[in-house]
Write a protein that binds this ligand. Sequence first.
Ligand SMILES: Nc1ncnc2c1ncn2[C@@H]1O[C@H](COP(=O)(O)OP(=O)(O)OP(=O)(O)O)[C@@H](O)[C@H]1O
Length: 359
Amino acid sequence: MYLQKISLVNFKNIESQTFDFQQKINCFVGDNGVGKTNVLDAIYYLSFAKSYFNSVAIQNIKHNEPFFMIEGEYSLNNRTEQIVCSLKRGQKKVLKRNGKNYDKFSEHIGQIPLVIISPADRDLVTEGSDTRRKFIDGVISQQNKTYLQDLIAYNKVLSQRNALLKYFAANRTFDALNLSVYNEQLAAYGTKIYEVRKDFLEKFIPIFNEKYQIISGDKESVNLLYKSQLQEYSMLEVLKKSLEKDKILQYTTSGIHKDDLSFEIEEYPIKKFGSQGQQKSYLIALKLAQFEFIKQQSNIIPILLFDDIFDKLDENRVLQLIELVNNDEFGQIFITDTHQERTENIVKQSNKPYKIFKL
Ligand SMILES: Nc1ncnc2c1ncn2[C@@H]1O[C@H](COP(=O)(O)OP(=O)(O)OP(=O)(O)O)[C@@H](O)[C@H]1O
């Protein structure tokens, strides 16, 4: 599967542009702010019906324009598939496949598998646990729709339980029976979610370690650990233990919505003890593991977007990445960089067909 062509109208800073792509490697080069990342984001949009960088949909329409449109032509199983995503101010976003509207965008997710590696991924290291949970949930739910439904159901019960705790506090009352209805539901969904996360991470972590060792050339050891209160107690026990605290704080302080991933280098948190290049290598390894996982599950080689990939990586790590690309693990790749010469020199070493777009 690969993207043959994309046409953009009024998408962010791009007024109107069409690109015909190479089946293997495509590079966008140019100065800061010319719109290289915006083209990658448009490609991301066609897979997920949303931007990777700006979650406020209308802010992706070019300033002072009434709409944006992204049209992509893919080669999929020797057929051409057309995906169009458009948004008019004041109207709902529209997503079409071969001219037919999708009612639910979720039906489209996973059809054009894609992984993006971008400097914005730094949030996974620097931000709170919700960013890391979103990452795991995103990878799992691309392939497991039941998981996504369980997660939505869990979050709904969670807000109902929180509303009840607030009601108890406001009315100086408490009803254990009423609360237990929510506890039972949280336990049912929470346990299922925990089991899926645990199974997923058991498969994912070895793939991640392997990728990190390749990129770093076995230079340092890293760890990725799953942290969940359910590793020690059942969900019902966890809720019981935190009841007094929950009553005081008026929200549910324990459960799988507090799960986290611990990122370590030489057994220390990478956030505090990893260099910029090591942190970047860690994030690339995470995303390449995601790539591998999606490929195994869907049997389609995902499109890979490398945003500003070469910055902060030493020459050896860049070479290791090129090695990875060379062994045919990958399908179509899009790269952005500010240095045309550097990009050309690097991609030449891959012995794969490539095309460079100067923006
Ligand atoms: N809705 C919008 N309308 C017009 N311009 C926009 C909109 N959203 C973003 N931009 C502009 O797009 C430009 C950023 O483009 P992009 O992030 O693709 O740059 P880049 O070429 O990747 O740069 P860098 O090398 O710095 O990463 C900025 O100038 C930004 O102001």
